[in-house]
Every structure is written in structure tokens, then in C-alpha cells.
Design a protein around this ligand. Structure first.
Ligand SMILES: C[S@@+](CC[C@H](N)C(=O)[O-])C[C@H]1O[C@@H](n2cnc3c(N)ncnc32)[C@H](O)[C@@H]1O
Length: 645
């Protein structure tokens, strides 16, 4: 029976495995100096030879993002952690039925724990990280450690506590500190995006250039989708030194090159009714002039777009001269020889969309512009500057304050829900997973619920928020919130209730719940998963490999994380042969962590033919039962993956 590994993936080993797939001869095995174990290692001399024509090496100049600490930041991104996610049923809303998650803890650790389950599954990642204004906080990571000691340390740190540190602009490492914080998170966040996934970040002038460079490196500069300027504070910040800033940015990148129109938003019904008044068998349309309305383009520089349509006296259109048809050129009323916007090829293949109309005694050519595209969706392009007051931060504050029935700033400057809804409309399908790993007051979760309620989508959210303390004496403290994540949970609770009171789309599943999962140290005693470091005095501890105070639900979620099973699947608890057994989505995974597991119980579970089954390593009634487990499953349910913890 295999044991679950109980730590997040070692991403540098995964990366080396990818290189091995491309260049098998360049990867070898080497003994790790600290642990003595064999690990994959890159033979760089060999790899150099493979790429010899294109190597940029040593001091040679190249275009790239560099700062002191980058190497360690990358090591940090790739290092595995021996941590887990512990469910808090009491703080969750409809724990059993919901498919939404709020993860409490540091987002780097949370992202690592999501690697197996959400690999390639997230459609939209939205982040609103600290802007590095000189007053805000960035997360302190200890870069002085090797991967191994990091693993050890992360397992030993029992309480993550408050490890956010102020980053004053007098700091010699002002931008480096921020890059240290953001870079590893962006690196590993990319793995979670689906192939058509999009990452969008809110940021202001302080770090826009660095964030763009990080995104360019991690996603590729060709995958920049947009940099939108958002008027968030029309009054402007009078404390600014030179000009009063009143805007910030929304920067979006895709994981891969996406086709044109990929971030279009749906047109609303009133807009369609007002602008697309004509109708044919394909749908609603409007007529737009086919002639290029820009005078800088014409026959003089676009010869191939200067050709005649032939029009009959009843308005029939042809590209070929016919008796009774007369030619119409893209000429302006003053005689200027302009040009069409379509070439002859497109005009011929879409001739049924070309219309001729007599306007003030002369014939003009129009094209039908349909409300709906080829895919049947009526969408439009988003503009690169957003000024509407629904996007202002003031609007975000008002929505939040209305929910909390307060005039005080319990949470300072939450984003406007409408801003997030527009980002969601641009970047998701109706059943997409949306991740925000700087959740703050949970605006993104609120926006996902509001958008679903309106369009009948069943998008799901994952919010990550560190249990950062609220400042002593702050309005948040006065209102009874000692940590920011308490605010996140309460905001989404209140938003969900309010949305359900309003008009909701009939197709929406009305899921306003969320499971709260807290990042914590592993449930397992460290020594158990490091047999090479086992001391005689630890042997007694082996009798039980689970830490005091950890519940069966804790163990179940650690197994889900480790095995990459969806953390939102329904969990049912049953008593079978007198023992507690968890059934995750009926038979996706079956788990029994009780002691005294008998052969009868094992057989009964095997008969249900689960995809995966897990027991406690020392949970069997006897050694004989433990030895027989494999055999029983081979006979009764040969496809079940059997593991122990
Ligand atoms: C600018 S706020 C986000 C505000 C949010 N968009 C809203 O509308 O409410 C950034 C949030 O990220 C959180 N944060 C900072 N570092 C973090 C980390 N390492 N892990 C998780 N959350 C973190 C902060 O506590 C803060 O609540």
C-alpha cells in the first residue's frame, strides 16, 4: 500500500522532468547532499550543447528583469511545503453543498496547496495586491534558507502569525521587497490557469512597470491583453507631490495567445434593442457604411479597396457588371476617391450582407452589422479607459458600508463590485472558477455571486486572505473584527443573503455558501514522513503518526489536497461496520481513519468500487488485515487506488 506524500509538489523537480521530456540526455540523477536521496538533476553542459547556437551566458547583455533576490524568490516558488488545509465547518456557509472556497492563510502557501487540485482549472485569476505605496505591507519571506531547511522550517512553524512587514519607501530594497513578494506568487499562480485562462491585476503607478515586467516574463509579452486605465478617484489625491493621481490600472494577460474578441463583453438587451433595429433570418442587425470613413485612406494608398459594386434600380447588389446595374464607387460627395473597408474576396463571400440604399439621390453601400457574432453571442469590445462612476472606489466603499450598515471604514477602499463584474464578464464563462488570492474584503466573491444571480451562471470562487491582524484602535477592531479574514467571510455571508433577497436568474444554482479551509501545519508528525531522520527516541511516537487535536475531517482534507481531489466535492459521513467512513462524491474517494479496521470493513468498502480509498497506516485491527488490503481490492475492485497515511 503506497503512502500519501503529504507535501505540496516539488516544482523544480517537475520542471526538470519537463526538460527530460524534451532532452532526455540532459537529465541525470544525483544524490542530494543534505538528504542523501536521489533527485533529478540537469546536466547543464549537455543542455548547453543542445542549445549551443542560442545561448546567452555570463556577463553578456540581455533584456530581462533582474533584482537582488530574484534567484531566491524562484527557489521559494518551487520549494514544496509540508502544510495542509483544515476545514472550519462552523465558519463555513452550507459546508455540505457549496462549491466556493475561502482559504485562510498566506497565499503563497495556499497556491502551493492548490497546485494538484486546480492545476489548469482556473479561468480567471484577479488580484489586487498591495500597491507598494510606501505605507502598505508586504509579506516577509525568509530567503536565507535552502529548500530543505525551508521545508523543515515551514513544518515547524506552528502559527504563521502576522508575517507582514511594512515596506517604507526609505527602504533600500523598496522595489526588491515588493518583487520578492509578488514574483513567486505569480509564477505558481500561472500553473493554475486553464489554457484559455486570464490573469487580471489592479495596480497603480508605484509598481505598474515592475508588474508588467513580471507578467511579461511569466506569461510572455505577446500575451498582454489589455492595460485599462480606470478612473477610481475623480477628485485626485491632493497629497501627491506633482500631479493629483485619480486613476489606476487593470492589467490583463492570458496564458496562451487568444483569438480576437476573447475579452469581449455581452451587449445588454436595451443596447441591442436601441441600436440593432433591423432583423433578418440570421438575427438583429444595424447597417454601417462600407466606405472607410477616414479620409487618410483612399484610392491613392489602398488601390485594392477601390472597386465598384453594381446596383440595380431596385437596390440589388452585384460585384459583376450586369445590364441595368450601374457602378457605385467609394467616392465622397466632394469627389474625393475613398476606399471600402472590405476587399473584393470578403465582399464576394459575404455579398448577402451588403445592402445598397439611395441617400439624397445617390446610391450608398452599407454592410449588415449583426448584434450576434458567428457563435450566436452578442458581444462588444471593452474600451481601454473606464470612467463611469459605477467603477469608482467610492462606489465600492458605499456597497461595503451598506452591507455592514455603517458609515465608518471597517475596510479601507474595497474595489467596486461593478469593476469586478465587468472583469468577470470579460474573462469567464458561466461555469468558470475564479480565484482571488489577495481577497481583502472579498469583493471578487461578492461580484461572482452577483453576476451569477443576473445571468444564471454557476461560476465558483476561491478567495485567499491571510489572517492579518486589524490595527489596534481601527474601525475594524471597534466593529469586532480582529483579523482581515474575519471581514472577508462576513462580507461574503452578508452579500450572499442580500443577493438571495433580490431577483435571481432561474438557472442559477443559488450557491452563496463557502467552505472555509485554513492553511496550517501538516496533520502528521514530522518524523513519520522523514524515516531517514528518525531517532531512537522518536520510535514511540510512531505508534500514532497524527498530531494531537487533529480531527478526521482534517485528515480527509489533507488527503484531498495531496491526491488532487476537488476540495468542494460533497462529503458524506456513514457508519460502516461500526467505523466512521467518509464518502467523497459517493465514490471519488472513500476514507476511514478509525482504528481497528477489520477485513469485513475493507471488503464492504471494496464492494462499493471507489476510485480511491485511504486508511490510517496504523489503523488496522492486525498486521494480517493490513497485509491483505491490497489483495482484497485486487479481487473485488481492481481499479481502486489504495493508499495510507
Ligand atoms: C488591496 S487589498 C485587496 C482588496 C480587495 N480587492 C477588496 O476589494 O476588498 C490586499 C489584501 O491582500 C492581503 N494580503 C497581503 N499579503 C497577503 C498574503 N501573503 N497572503 C494572503 N493575503 C495577503 C491583505 O491583507 C489585504 O487584505
Amino acid at each position: 500500500m503506497d503512502k500519501l506524500k503529504m507535501h505540496s509538489p516539488d516544482l523544480s523537480q517537475d520542471n526538470i522532468a519537463k526538460i527530460r521530456d524534451l532532452f532526455p540526455g540532459c537529465v541525470t540523477e544525483a544524490r542530494d547532499e543534505t538528504s542523501g536521496k536521489l533527485r533529478l538533476a540537469v546536466d547543464f553542459d549537455q543542455l548547453r550543447q543542445e542549445l549551443s547556437e542560442n545561448i546567452v551566458d555570463g556577463p553578456q547583455e540581455r533584456y530581462r528583469l533582474e533584482w537582488p533576490g530574484k534567484r531566491q524568490a524562484l527557489t521559494l516558488a518551487n520549494a514544496p511545503i509540508a502544510k495542509t488545509l483544515r476545514p472550519s465547518i462552523a465558519e463555513s456557509v452550507t459546508f455540505e453543498d457549496t462549491r466556493n472556497l475561502i482559504l485562510e492563510g498566506d497565499n503563497l502557501e495556499a497556491l502551493k496547496l492548490l497546485q494538484e487540485t486546480y492545476l489548469g482549472r482556473v479561468k480567471l485569476i484577479y488580484i489586487d495586491p498591495p500597491y507598494n505605496t510606501g505605507n502598505d505591507f508586504v509579506y516577509e519571506d525568509d530567503f536565507g534558507l535552502s529548500t530543505e531547511s525551508f521545508l523543515l522550517k515551514s513544518n515547524q512553524v506552528t502559527e504563521s502569525g502576522n508575517r507582514l512587514v511594512a515596506n517604507p519607501d526609505s527602504s533600500g530594497r523598496f522595489h526588491s521587497d515588493w518583487l520578492d513578494m509578488i514574483y513567486p506568487r505569480i509564477r505558481i499562480a500561472r500553473n493554475l490557469l486553464s489554457d484559455d485562462g486570464i490573469i487580471v491585476a489592479s495596480i497603480d503607478e508605484n509598481e505598474i512597470s515592475n508588474l508588467r515586467k513580471v507578467f511579461d516574463e511569466v506569461f510572455g509579452e505577446d500575451n498582454l491583453l489589455f492595460q485599462i486605465t480606470l478612473l477610481c478617484n475623480p477628485k485626485g489625491r491632493s497629497q501627491d507631490k506633482y500631479v493629483a493621481n485619480c486613476h489606476e490600472y487593470l492589467v490583463g494577460y492570458s496564458k496562451q495567445n487568444l483569438p480576437k474578441g476573447s475579452v469581449n463583453v455581452p451587449k445588454d438587451d436595451e443596447e441591442i434593442a436601441a441600436n440593432y433595429k433591423l432583423k433578418d433570418k440570421r438575427g438583429r442587425y444595424r447597417e454601417l457604411e462600407l466606405r472607410n470613413t477616414h479620409r487618410e485612406f483612399g484610392k491613392h494608398n489602398r488601390k485594392n479597396l477601390y472597386y465598384p459594386f453594381y446596383v440595380s434600380s431596385t437596390g440589388q447588389v452585384s460585384l459583376d457588371a450586369q445590364p441595368g446595374f450601374h457602378p457605385v464607387f467609394p467616392d465622397w460627395d466632394d469627389g474625393f476617391e475613398g476606399c471600402w473597408t472590405w476587399g473584393t474576396g470578403k465582399a464576394r463571400s459575404q455579398l448577402d450582407e451588403v445592402v445598397a440604399r439611395e441617400v439624397k439621390g445617390s446610391w450608398k453601400i452599407f454592410r449588415k452589422n449583426y448584434a450576434e457574432g458567428e457563435d450566436g453571442e452578442a458581444t462588444k469590445q471593452v474600451k481601454s479607459i473606464w470612467t463611469d462612476k459605477i467603477f469608482h472606489t467610492e462606489k465600492g466603499q458605499a456597497t461595503f458600508n451598506e452591507l455592514f450598515k455603517t458609515r465608518e471604514k471597517i475596510f479601507q477602499s474595497p474595489k467596486s463590485v461593478d469593476t469586478l463584474r465587468e472583469v468577470i464578464r470579460m474573462s469567464t464563462h458561466r461555469d468558470s472558477v475564479v480565484l482571488d488570492f489577495f481577497a481583502g474584503s472579498g469583493t471578487t466573491g461578492h461580484a461572482v455571486l452577483a453576476q451569477n444571480a443576473e445571468d444564471g451562471g454557476n461560476r465558483k470562487f476561491i478567495m485567499v486572505q491571510i489572517d492579518e491582524q486589524t490595527p489596534e484602535g481601527s474601525e475594524a477592531r471597534k466593529a469586532g473584527f480582529s483579523t482581515v479574514v474575519e471581514i472577508t467571510k462576513e462580507r461574503i455571508r452578508r452579500a450572499g443573503e442580500k443577493i438571495l433577497e433580490g431577483i435571481c436568474h432561474a438557472n442559477w444554482d443559488r450557491d452563496v455558501g463557502f467552505r472555509v479551509l485554513k492553511v496550517d501545519t501538516s496533520n502528521m508528525k514530522d518524523v513519520y514522513y522523514r524515516p531517514d531522520e528518525l531517532k531512537q527516541s522518536d520510535l514511540l511516537d510512531m505508534v500514532d503518526n497524527v498530531k494531537e487535536g487533529r480531527t478526521s475531517e482534517d485528515l480527509l482534507f489533507q488527503v484531498l489536497v495531496d491526491w488532487g481531489v476537488d476540495l468542494t466535492l460533497p462529503v458524506r459521513r456513514e457508519t460502516v461496520q461500526g467505523k466512521t467512513v467518509f464518502f467523497v462524491d459517493d465514490n471519488a474517494l472513500v476514507a476511514c481513519f478509525d482504528r481497528g479496521v477489520t477485513e469485513e470493513l475493507v471488503k464492504e468498502l471494496a464492494k462499493r468500487e471507489p476510485l480511491r480509498v485511504v486508511f490510517r497506516d496504523n489503523g488496522f485491527a492486525s498486521d494480517a488485515v493490513k497485509i491483505n488490503v491490497g489483495q482484497i481490492f485486487r479481487q473485488l475492485s481492481s481499479t481502486t487506488d489504495v493508499k495510507s497515511i
